[in-house]
Design a protein around this ligand. Structure first.
Ligand code: C2E
Ligand code: MG
Ligand code: MG
Length: 582
């Protein structure tokens, strides 16, 4: 066992490399048996095997002429073969001190010739060998055959391993290959500084829009088309992985420091030019996240996850680049928890509740309606603001059950008030995403009918972002609601990019001036001018105007003087529980 002691240092890495091949103790396969048959035949030997050298055994993946499946490692000439660079030949085992007493000789074996199998990283993992029951040798041509067969075995192993590790569209290694390479890196240089960059060619939203307009295969084409540009910016030293539909990761190993530091910018510059796609030049919106870590000390899956967090952060800023920062993780974890737990909140009886903020006629001072606002008390995180969870939830399919929940609860409440003799209109907020549902209007009207509420008492508030959705769909849904008597309001008016002339193509009843303008009213001349103009223009176009965020008497008086129809705000009332309205 002398060789074992000599090599224990590299042995752990070698065994890892061997296990990574995922070949040990797998059933026989024809791909390998063909090669042993060929070896036996071409080299005129009765026995040929392909074997892997595990910690304490020699395990046979394929064999011709013998029945055993494994033998103890110390008896195997193969153990010597994997130590060398070239093929290992023992013309007569019985005449060789190393093997004279071995059970192989006792079993009648005299001749051994084996070609070592090396992984790409240079680990000797096994051999393909031939043995004979009489002493003999190989001539140069036969040695060449054995060497070539060794190469073929290794190609076969690598090929088998590549399956599922290459992206079929781009031909680049995929995330599973990245995970493996990160593990290798951790073994090869544990604790040393490593860095990865994740490039997202376009935002998931842009990709979605593009897939709808151009088709999914075109989006794929853009990604494939961008890869040579990415390669150009990265240089040849670094490995590029295709880790998502429009994302690639670059392992900065072997790249010079200056080049590393400049890479995010170099990538963004290189991708500033439009990429041709189906004859059309398409502009990308690349974002780059970077993560530096100690090799082997972070789980490969966490490495990728943290890069995704960095990229999401990069998307938020204008520079479109960000480094991973542990603080990002805390906020991403919270976002993840909120999203993850929202489905349960919809089912639970005690987590979601509506509060109601009264709306007043400014000229009369009369309370004419209420806006329903959602509140979530998370079981462990406590109260969570809708400004935090609604933007998350509305990006998912949960926007639909959320809208149903709100409509059901708000309309029931409206019915109860009605029964109690309170004549109040009720506004509910809808998400842009809700307009993707072609049964949106019907479901809302169903909820109203279930509760027995007159649709004329209901108002739905859409933010301007909702208007950026598919125009025909927006018109269809709003028209159906309006025809049933439901009022349509444009919420947070002035903060988006839509304009009054676009809104004119929709059956809108009122606009709600965003509270940011109203809060500013006394301090800013610009806000005063803007609000006054908005009121005049909206009235000219036939809309009612609601001001939200009225906190002071000064603001209320200005708005009243300018003819603003309705107002809501802390001055009159904060959002309160249903009981407090009566
Ligand atoms: P929004 O629809 O514009 O609602 C008005 C927000 O302004 C509410 O915040 C309200 O509490 C707050 N507010 C009212 N008066 C004043 C005031 O005088 N001063 C100030 N500073 N703020 C005032 P809230 O309840 O935190 O809701 C935030 C946003 O979350 C809402 O903005 C709405 O976009 C969304 N949201 C709330 N409930 C729902 C819901 O049920 N469904 C959907 N899709 N979105 C909702
Ligand atoms: Mg609102
Ligand atoms: Mg608003």
């Amino acid at each position: 066992m002398a060789y074992l002691h000599q090599h224990t240092k590299n042995e752990a890495a070698r065994l890892n490399a061997l296990r990574d091949l995922r070949l040990l103790d797998t059933p026989p396969s024809d791909a390998f048996d063909r090669l042993t048959r060929l070896a036996s035949q071409l080299l005129g030997a009765p026995v040929s095997t392909i074997s892997l050298t595990d910690g304490d055994r020699q395990w046979f993946k394929s064999k011709v002429g013998v029945d055993i499946t494994e033998i103890p490692r110390e008896q195997a000439p193969c153990s010597y073969a994997i130590e060398g660079e070239d093929i290992f030949v023992v013309p007569d085992l019985a005449a060789d001190d190393r093997f004279r007493g071995s059970p192989l000789v006792e079993a009648g074996i005299r001749f051994y010739a084996g070609a070592p199998l090396f992984t790409r990283a240079g680990y000797g993992v096994g051999t393909i060998c031939v043995v004979d029951d009489k002493p003999r040798d190989l001539d140069d041509a036969q040695k060449r055959v054995l060497r070539d067969l060794g190469g073929m075995v290794m190609s076969q192993i690598e090929l088998q391993n590549m399956i599922g590790r290459v992206d079929p569209a781009s031909g680049l290694p995929n995330q599973y290959q990245l995970f493996e390479d990160l593990e290798d890196l951790g073994r090869a240089m544990p604790g040393e500084a490593a860095a990865l960059v994740l490039l997202e060619l376009m935002s998931p939203v842009q990709a979605g829009h593009m897939a709808r307009v151009l088709g999914a295969s075109q989006v794929e084409e853009i990604v494939t088309g961008a890869m040579p540009v990415v390669r150009g910016a990265v240089g040849n030293a670094a490995r590029i992985y295709h880790v998502g539909p429009q994302r690639c990761a670059v392992l900065l190993e072997g790249m010079l420091d200056e080049r590393r530091a400049a890479l995010p910018d170099a990538l963004r510059r290189a991708l500033a030019m439009p990429i041709p796609c189906g004859g059309l030049p398409v502009s990308l919106d690349p974002a780059v996240g970077a993560y530096e870590f100690a090799a082997g000390e972070v789980d490969p899956r966490d490495v990728l996850r943290r890069l995704l967090i960095a990229v999401a952060d990069a998307r938020v800023g204008t520079s479109r680049r960000a480094r991973y920062d542990a603080r990002l993780e805390a906020s991403a974890t919270r976002r993840f928890t909120l999203l993850n737990d929202f489905a349960a909140a919809l089912e639970a009886r005690d987590q979601l509740a509506l509060v109601y903020q009264p709306r007043y006629g400014l000229a009369t001072g009369r309370r004419i309606g209420v806006e329903a606002l959602l509140r979530w008390t998370h079981p462990t995180l406590g109260p969570v603001s809708p400004a935090e969870f609604i933007p998350l939830v509305e990006q998912t399919a949960m926007a639909r059950p959320l809208m149903d929940w709100v409509a059901r609860a708000a309309f029931r409440q409206a019915r109860d008030w009605q029964r109690a003799g309170l004549d109040l209109a009720v506004s509910v907020n809808a998400s842009a995403r809700n307009l993707d549902e072609d049964d949106f209007a019907r479901r809302l009207l169903d909820r109203a009918a279930e509760a027995g509420v007159d649709p004329a008492r209901i108002e739905v508030e859409f933010t301007e972002s909702a208007l950026a959705e598919d125009h025909a769909q927006v018109v269809a849904q709003m028209t159906a609601l309006r025809a049933a008597g439901v009022r349509i309001a444009i919420d947070d008016f002035g903060t988006g990019y839509s304009n009054l002339s676009y809104i004119q193509s929709l059956p809108v009843s009122s606009i709600k001036i965003d509270r940011s303008f109203v809060l500013d009213l006394e301090a800013s001349t610009k806000s005063r001018t803007l609000v006054q103009t908005m009121i005049t223009m909206a009235h000219d176009l036939g809309y009612e105007v609601v001001a939200e965020g009225i906190e002071t008497e000064g603001a209320r008086d200005l708005l009243t003087a300018w003819g603003c129809d309705e107002g809501q705000g802390y001055l009159m009332s904060r959002p309160v529980a249903a009981g407090a309205i009566a």
